[in-house]
Design a protein around this ligand. Structure first.
Ligand code: SAM
Length: 254
Protein backbone atom coordinates (compact mmCIF):
# COMPACT_ATOMS: atom_id res chain seq x y z
CA UNK A 1 0.00 0.00 0.00
CA UNK A 2 1.31 3.47 -0.84
CA UNK A 3 1.39 5.64 2.28
CA UNK A 4 -1.16 8.14 0.84
CA UNK A 5 -3.60 5.21 0.36
CA UNK A 6 -3.72 4.89 4.15
CA UNK A 7 -6.47 7.53 4.16
CA UNK A 8 -8.75 5.22 2.16
CA UNK A 9 -8.52 2.36 4.69
CA UNK A 10 -11.04 1.22 7.32
CA UNK A 11 -8.33 1.65 9.96
CA UNK A 12 -7.78 5.31 9.04
CA UNK A 13 -11.52 5.90 8.92
CA UNK A 14 -12.00 4.46 12.40
CA UNK A 15 -8.99 6.37 13.84
CA UNK A 16 -10.11 9.67 12.33
CA UNK A 17 -13.77 9.28 13.35
CA UNK A 18 -12.54 8.74 16.92
CA UNK A 19 -9.97 11.59 16.65
CA UNK A 20 -12.63 14.00 15.36
CA UNK A 21 -15.80 12.92 17.21
CA UNK A 22 -14.71 10.71 20.13
CA UNK A 23 -15.48 11.78 23.70
CA UNK A 24 -12.44 12.43 25.95
CA UNK A 25 -12.88 9.07 27.72
CA UNK A 26 -13.33 7.15 24.45
CA UNK A 27 -10.05 8.54 23.15
CA UNK A 28 -8.09 8.45 26.42
CA UNK A 29 -9.47 5.72 28.71
CA UNK A 30 -6.88 6.41 31.41
CA UNK A 31 -6.97 8.79 34.40
CA UNK A 32 -3.49 9.94 33.33
CA UNK A 33 -2.11 11.02 29.95
CA UNK A 34 -2.06 14.15 27.80
CA UNK A 35 -5.64 15.37 28.24
CA UNK A 36 -4.67 18.84 26.94
CA UNK A 37 -4.18 17.19 23.52
CA UNK A 38 -7.86 16.20 23.16
CA UNK A 39 -10.40 17.97 20.90
CA UNK A 40 -7.74 19.02 18.39
CA UNK A 41 -10.01 19.41 15.32
CA UNK A 42 -12.23 21.75 17.37
CA UNK A 43 -9.25 23.63 18.86
CA UNK A 44 -7.74 24.24 15.41
CA UNK A 45 -10.75 26.51 14.95
CA UNK A 46 -11.51 27.79 18.48
CA UNK A 47 -7.87 28.62 19.36
CA UNK A 48 -6.81 29.94 15.95
CA UNK A 49 -9.69 31.81 14.34
CA UNK A 50 -9.89 35.57 14.89
CA UNK A 51 -13.64 36.12 15.02
CA UNK A 52 -13.19 39.90 15.28
CA UNK A 53 -11.81 39.94 11.74
CA UNK A 54 -14.69 38.00 10.17
CA UNK A 55 -17.13 39.82 7.89
CA UNK A 56 -20.79 38.78 7.94
CA UNK A 57 -21.54 36.60 6.13
CA UNK A 58 -18.19 34.79 5.94
CA UNK A 59 -17.00 31.95 3.68
CA UNK A 60 -14.49 29.30 4.83
CA UNK A 61 -12.51 26.49 3.23
CA UNK A 62 -11.12 23.47 5.10
CA UNK A 63 -8.40 21.83 3.00
CA UNK A 64 -7.56 18.24 3.97
CA UNK A 65 -10.73 18.11 6.08
CA UNK A 66 -10.70 14.29 6.59
CA UNK A 67 -14.03 13.33 8.22
CA UNK A 68 -14.96 16.95 8.74
CA UNK A 69 -14.97 17.95 12.41
CA UNK A 70 -13.09 21.24 11.86
CA UNK A 71 -15.32 21.96 8.87
CA UNK A 72 -18.39 21.71 11.13
CA UNK A 73 -16.65 23.80 13.81
CA UNK A 74 -16.09 26.56 11.23
CA UNK A 75 -19.90 26.64 10.84
CA UNK A 76 -20.10 28.19 14.32
CA UNK A 77 -18.53 31.34 12.81
CA UNK A 78 -19.07 31.25 9.03
CA UNK A 79 -22.18 30.91 6.89
CA UNK A 80 -20.73 28.81 4.06
CA UNK A 81 -17.95 26.26 4.50
CA UNK A 82 -16.46 23.87 1.96
CA UNK A 83 -14.45 20.88 3.18
CA UNK A 84 -12.16 19.24 0.62
CA UNK A 85 -10.18 16.03 1.04
CA UNK A 86 -8.40 13.71 -1.36
CA UNK A 87 -9.79 10.57 0.34
CA UNK A 88 -13.01 9.38 -1.31
CA UNK A 89 -13.81 7.32 1.79
CA UNK A 90 -13.41 10.25 4.19
CA UNK A 91 -15.57 12.50 2.01
CA UNK A 92 -18.27 9.84 1.68
CA UNK A 93 -18.46 9.58 5.49
CA UNK A 94 -18.23 13.38 6.00
CA UNK A 95 -21.22 13.75 3.65
CA UNK A 96 -23.19 11.19 5.66
CA UNK A 97 -22.42 13.16 8.82
CA UNK A 98 -23.57 16.34 7.07
CA UNK A 99 -26.83 14.73 5.95
CA UNK A 100 -27.68 12.61 9.02
CA UNK A 101 -25.76 14.31 11.85
CA UNK A 102 -24.36 10.98 13.03
CA UNK A 103 -22.73 7.74 11.89
CA UNK A 104 -22.01 4.40 13.54
CA UNK A 105 -18.49 3.02 13.58
CA UNK A 106 -16.18 0.95 15.76
CA UNK A 107 -12.81 1.84 17.26
CA UNK A 108 -9.91 -0.44 18.17
CA UNK A 109 -9.41 -1.84 21.67
CA UNK A 110 -6.79 -4.54 21.13
CA UNK A 111 -6.04 -6.75 18.12
CA UNK A 112 -9.35 -7.21 16.30
CA UNK A 113 -11.45 -6.36 19.36
CA UNK A 114 -13.40 -3.15 18.84
CA UNK A 115 -15.95 -0.99 20.65
CA UNK A 116 -19.04 0.27 18.80
CA UNK A 117 -19.52 4.03 18.83
CA UNK A 118 -21.54 6.82 17.24
CA UNK A 119 -19.88 9.90 15.77
CA UNK A 120 -22.14 12.91 16.34
CA UNK A 121 -21.94 16.39 14.84
CA UNK A 122 -22.15 18.60 17.96
CA UNK A 123 -25.58 20.02 18.71
CA UNK A 124 -25.89 23.69 17.81
CA UNK A 125 -23.93 23.43 14.57
CA UNK A 126 -25.95 24.26 11.45
CA UNK A 127 -24.98 21.38 9.15
CA UNK A 128 -26.67 23.06 6.20
CA UNK A 129 -23.82 25.59 6.07
CA UNK A 130 -21.32 22.82 5.24
CA UNK A 131 -20.50 21.05 1.96
CA UNK A 132 -17.89 18.36 1.36
CA UNK A 133 -16.15 17.48 -1.88
CA UNK A 134 -13.35 15.19 -2.96
CA UNK A 135 -10.44 17.09 -4.43
CA UNK A 136 -6.70 17.63 -4.56
CA UNK A 137 -5.38 20.56 -2.52
CA UNK A 138 -2.54 20.81 -5.06
CA UNK A 139 -4.91 21.16 -8.04
CA UNK A 140 -8.11 22.76 -6.79
CA UNK A 141 -10.98 23.50 -9.15
CA UNK A 142 -10.66 27.01 -10.58
CA UNK A 143 -14.17 28.17 -9.62
CA UNK A 144 -13.96 27.76 -5.82
CA UNK A 145 -14.00 31.54 -5.36
CA UNK A 146 -12.40 33.40 -2.46
CA UNK A 147 -12.67 32.81 1.28
CA UNK A 148 -12.50 34.78 4.53
CA UNK A 149 -10.91 31.79 6.31
CA UNK A 150 -8.79 28.96 4.88
CA UNK A 151 -7.84 26.19 7.30
CA UNK A 152 -5.14 23.65 6.47
CA UNK A 153 -4.81 21.36 9.50
CA UNK A 154 -2.02 18.78 9.40
CA UNK A 155 -2.11 18.73 5.60
CA UNK A 156 1.07 20.33 4.30
CA UNK A 157 3.41 17.50 5.39
CA UNK A 158 1.15 14.94 3.70
CA UNK A 159 1.34 16.53 0.24
CA UNK A 160 3.47 15.43 -2.69
CA UNK A 161 4.03 19.08 -3.68
CA UNK A 162 3.38 21.31 -0.64
CA UNK A 163 4.65 24.44 -2.38
CA UNK A 164 2.12 24.03 -5.17
CA UNK A 165 -0.63 24.13 -2.56
CA UNK A 166 0.93 27.13 -0.76
CA UNK A 167 1.25 28.96 -4.08
CA UNK A 168 -2.51 28.65 -4.65
CA UNK A 169 -3.38 30.32 -1.31
CA UNK A 170 -3.06 34.02 -2.26
CA UNK A 171 -5.81 33.53 -4.86
CA UNK A 172 -8.07 31.77 -2.33
CA UNK A 173 -7.92 34.19 0.63
CA UNK A 174 -9.61 37.59 0.42
CA UNK A 175 -7.70 40.69 1.46
CA UNK A 176 -7.94 40.82 5.28
CA UNK A 177 -8.90 37.14 5.35
CA UNK A 178 -7.28 34.50 7.55
CA UNK A 179 -5.14 31.51 6.75
CA UNK A 180 -4.79 28.97 9.59
CA UNK A 181 -2.05 26.44 8.90
CA UNK A 182 -1.15 23.72 11.38
CA UNK A 183 1.50 21.05 10.91
CA UNK A 184 3.38 18.63 13.16
CA UNK A 185 6.25 18.96 10.64
CA UNK A 186 6.33 15.16 10.22
CA UNK A 187 8.22 15.12 6.92
CA UNK A 188 8.33 11.61 5.47
CA UNK A 189 9.55 10.48 2.06
CA UNK A 190 6.54 8.13 1.89
CA UNK A 191 4.39 11.22 1.31
CA UNK A 192 6.74 13.99 0.18
CA UNK A 193 9.94 13.49 -1.81
CA UNK A 194 12.85 14.95 0.11
CA UNK A 195 13.50 17.91 -2.29
CA UNK A 196 9.91 19.07 -1.65
CA UNK A 197 10.16 19.16 2.16
CA UNK A 198 9.63 22.59 3.72
CA UNK A 199 11.90 21.85 6.67
CA UNK A 200 13.69 19.21 8.67
CA UNK A 201 16.96 19.09 6.70
CA UNK A 202 20.26 20.90 6.38
CA UNK A 203 21.12 23.31 3.57
CA UNK A 204 24.60 24.74 3.23
CA UNK A 205 25.43 23.31 6.66
CA UNK A 206 22.48 25.06 8.31
CA UNK A 207 19.24 23.47 9.65
CA UNK A 208 16.12 24.53 7.76
CA UNK A 209 12.87 24.62 9.77
CA UNK A 210 9.33 24.48 8.40
CA UNK A 211 8.40 27.85 9.93
CA UNK A 212 11.13 29.77 8.10
CA UNK A 213 10.15 28.23 4.75
CA UNK A 214 6.48 29.03 5.39
CA UNK A 215 7.53 32.62 6.09
CA UNK A 216 9.63 32.82 2.94
CA UNK A 217 6.81 31.47 0.75
CA UNK A 218 3.82 33.17 2.41
CA UNK A 219 5.15 36.56 3.57
CA UNK A 220 5.00 38.27 0.17
CA UNK A 221 1.20 37.80 0.38
CA UNK A 222 0.36 37.30 4.08
CA UNK A 223 1.36 38.80 7.43
CA UNK A 224 2.17 36.28 10.14
CA UNK A 225 -0.24 37.02 12.98
CA UNK A 226 0.40 34.27 15.54
CA UNK A 227 2.45 31.09 16.00
CA UNK A 228 1.36 28.64 18.69
CA UNK A 229 1.95 25.03 19.72
CA UNK A 230 -1.12 22.80 19.57
CA UNK A 231 -0.81 19.29 21.04
CA UNK A 232 -2.98 16.52 19.65
CA UNK A 233 -3.62 12.88 20.45
CA UNK A 234 -4.54 10.14 17.96
CA UNK A 235 -5.53 6.82 19.52
CA UNK A 236 -4.41 3.71 17.63
CA UNK A 237 -5.77 1.31 20.25
CA UNK A 238 -6.44 1.38 23.99
CA UNK A 239 -2.76 1.13 24.82
CA UNK A 240 -1.13 2.95 21.89
CA UNK A 241 -1.37 6.62 20.98
CA UNK A 242 0.34 9.22 18.82
CA UNK A 243 0.98 12.36 20.89
CA UNK A 244 2.19 15.20 18.67
CA UNK A 245 2.60 18.96 18.89
CA UNK A 246 1.53 20.87 15.81
CA UNK A 247 3.02 24.20 14.89
CA UNK A 248 -0.02 26.40 14.29
CA UNK A 249 0.43 29.66 12.41
CA UNK A 250 -2.22 32.21 11.54
CA UNK A 251 -1.75 34.63 8.66
CA UNK A 252 -3.65 37.66 7.42
CA UNK A 253 -3.92 38.22 3.66
CA UNK A 254 -2.42 41.58 2.71
C1 SAM B 1 -3.00 14.05 8.74
S1 SAM B 1 -4.59 14.09 8.02
C2 SAM B 1 -5.27 15.57 8.72
C3 SAM B 1 -6.78 15.62 8.63
C4 SAM B 1 -7.47 16.75 9.38
N1 SAM B 1 -7.24 18.06 8.82
C5 SAM B 1 -7.08 16.73 10.82
O1 SAM B 1 -6.38 17.64 11.29
O2 SAM B 1 -7.48 15.77 11.50
C6 SAM B 1 -4.22 14.56 6.35
C7 SAM B 1 -5.46 14.63 5.48
O3 SAM B 1 -5.07 15.21 4.22
C8 SAM B 1 -5.72 14.49 3.21
N2 SAM B 1 -4.94 14.69 1.98
C9 SAM B 1 -3.77 14.12 1.62
N3 SAM B 1 -3.37 14.57 0.42
C10 SAM B 1 -4.29 15.46 0.01
C11 SAM B 1 -4.45 16.26 -1.15
N4 SAM B 1 -3.58 16.23 -2.14
N5 SAM B 1 -5.54 17.06 -1.23
C12 SAM B 1 -6.45 17.09 -0.23
N6 SAM B 1 -6.37 16.34 0.88
C13 SAM B 1 -5.31 15.54 1.01
C14 SAM B 1 -5.79 13.06 3.71
O4 SAM B 1 -6.76 12.30 3.02
C15 SAM B 1 -6.10 13.29 5.18
O5 SAM B 1 -7.47 13.39 5.39
Amino acid sequence: MNAPDFYETERALSEYLLFHYGTPTQILPWPFGPATALEYPARCVSECIDTARLPAPARALDLGCAVGRSTFELARHCSEIIGIDYSHRFIEVARQLQQQGSISYAYAEEGILTTPATALVPAGIDRHRVKFEQGDAQALRADLGMFDVVLMANLVDRLREPRRCLDSLPALVRSGGQLILTTPCTWLEDYTARPQWLGGFEENGRPVRTLETLQAVLEPHFTLDRALDLPFLIREHARKFQWSVALATTWIRR
